[in-house]
Every structure is written in structure tokens, then in C-alpha cells.
Design a protein around this ligand. Structure first.
Ligand SMILES: [Zn+2]
Length: 280
């Protein structure tokens, strides 16, 4: 068997020590450059651990904010990286059936999660809750569904304790690396960045060694997407999309058999809904 191919979706809020939007906001000149480097080094630790377990080719998908965060200099030179926005599959861009496993690094809890640092699901300004087949979803779940269509299991997630517990409840096979405990939304009790990298290296190695136990995460058809927006004006715009039903003041619903269509519709709907936040 040839060396396993690894896909890494790299977010930033779940990086050790991160506790504030200013640390993950690219326009912030005082804090972001430091935390961007910590994020990059955690991605590197995950790749190094995976390679210790025999992984060959690696594709990193930078998945935070404008999706231009990971510093190339901190990655092994033979790694490829998807960089920049807009991407039709966003945090799951570039996945296909040629990959054997996926890692989610620096991930965070779903919007509305208690003691989840910087909890949100793609946006907390526009979306109050996202449900698929009645289940409230995190980014990890929504993105894992895209990978699931390609038959690729997520085998590692790193972030705060709430994120790991929430994801393991859905994907019991996943190796979770807890790098911090959150004290509410904007404070953490974190291990040191260096210790986090040691834990991520070990978790990544073990996740690849246990690859045989992992399963793709699949939503059963017909798939119902329901979006509760923060405000009614968001739903006013989202319901304009053909096929969407307005089922409540702040809620729209869309049903389809194909999860990739659901995921694209989700992206279209929350972005269009957000456009309604402009002042009138
Ligand atoms: Zn992010």
C-alpha cells in the first residue's frame, strides 16, 4: 500500500492560548502576527506527527477568516496549501477520494456552546443556529460531511475541551487533542504553545496509526438544512434563494438529497443573509 494521503483543514480559534477575536483578526497588527505563527506551528506539529506514522502527501487548506494565515516557512517544503478566499467548499475545499484521512486543527465549538472559546458556526453575527436533519451543527460537523461524501474520515481534531467533546459525541473514532480549557467565550486556561505542539504531534501520530477504526461522517438523505438567523432581515434575504422555504420569522429551510448541494446552499444562504445586515 502506498503512503496515506492527508488533508488538513486549519482553523485558528482553537489554537493554544487564543482567547480573543483580536488575536485571530488579520487586520490586528499587535496580536495577530504572533498567534498566526502559533497556528502555523500547530499545523506543522500535526503534519510531523502524521509523517511519523507513515503519511506521504499532505494538502493543507487554510480555513480561517480570509484564509491566508498559515506561514509557508513553518511547513515542510513538500506540502501543498490552498490559500485564499472565496472557495465553493470553503473550509473543506480540495477534498477528494484520493485522500485517506483528514485533520481539523485549531477548530472551535459550535455557536451557542457553553465554555467554547470564540464559539461560532461560520458566523455568530448572522447565524444563531444551523441544523442538519434536526441536529445543531458545528463547523467540524458541516465540514466533515463534505469529506464524508468523498469517503474521507476525519481522524484528528485539536482545540478547546468543549470542541473536542462536542465532536467526539458525533465522531467517536476521532482523536481529540485538548490544548485549552475555556472559561466562557473570551478566556482560557491553556497549556503552553510548546506543550500543545507536543500533544498535537503525539495525537496526530496515534490518529494515523488508528486510521482503520475511522469512518466517514455522512448525513442521511433526504437532508434537511435549517438556518436560524440572528435577525429577521437575514431570513428576508435568504428566503429569496430558489428552493428555500421561510418556516419562521428568522428561519429558512432547504431540503436536498446531495450533501454537497446542501453545503453550497448553506454557504450561499448565510452570506446572502449577512448582506442584509448593511444599514438601510
Ligand atoms: Zn476561524
Amino acid at each position: 500500500m502506498s503512503a496515506p494521503r492527508l488533508y488538513v483543514s486549519a482553523d485558528m480559534e482553537g489554537t493554544a492560548a487564543v482567547a480573543s477575536w483580536t488575536q485571530v483578526e488579520p487586520a490586528n497588527a499587535s496580536e495577530y502576527p504572533y498567534y498566526r505563527r502559533l497556528m502555523s506551528l500547530e499545523v506543522r506539529a500535526a503534519i510531523d506527527g502524521a509523517r511519523k506514522a507513515g503519511v506521504g502527501e499532505v494538502l493543507v487548506n487554510d480555513s480561517h477568516y480570509h484564509m491566508r494565515n498559515v506561514l509557508w516557512d513553518e511547513l515542510p517544503p513538500d506540502v501543498r496549501m490552498i490559500y485564499g478566499n472565496r472557495k465553493p467548499f470553503s473550509m473543506a475545499q480540495g477534498i477528494d477520494g484520493s485522500f485517506d484521512a483528514a485533520f481539523f486543527t485549531g477548530y472551535h465549538a459550535a455557536v451557542g456552546t457553553r465554555d467554547g472559546v470564540l464559539d461560532h458556526t461560520y458566523t455568530s453575527e448572522t447565524l444563531y443556529e444551523t441544523r442538519v436533519n434536526g441536529k445543531p451543527c458545528s463547523e467540524a460537523m458541516l465540514n466533515a460531511g463534505v469529506l464524508g461524501v468523498a469517503g474521507v474520515p476525519v481522524v484528528l481534531i485539536t482545540g478547546d475541551r468543549a470542541t473536542i467533546e462536542q465532536t467526539q459525541a458525533e465522531m467517536p473514532w476521532i482523536t481529540g487533542v485538548v490544548v485549552k480549557d475555556s472559561i466562557g467565550r473570551f478566556a482560557t486556561n491553556s497549556v503552553s504553545p510548546e506543550r500543545a505542539r507536543e500533544l498535537i504531534f503525539a495525537g496526530a501520530r496515534s490518529a494515523i496509526e488508528k486510521l482503520g477504526e475511522a469512518k466517514p461522517y455522512v448525513f442521511e438523505a433526504p437532508i434537511a438544512l435549517e438556518l436560524d438567523f440572528v435577525s429577521t432581515q437575514n431570513a428576508d434575504f435568504a428566503e429569496l434563494i430558489p428552493g428555500f422555504d421561510r418556516i419562521g420569522g428568522r428561519t429558512v429551510r432547504f431540503v436536498h438529497d446531495d450533501y454537497l448541494t446542501i453545503f453550497r446552499a448553506f454557504n450561499a444562504a448565510f452570506r446572502l443573509g449577512a448582506a442584509a445586515n448593511a444599514h438601510v
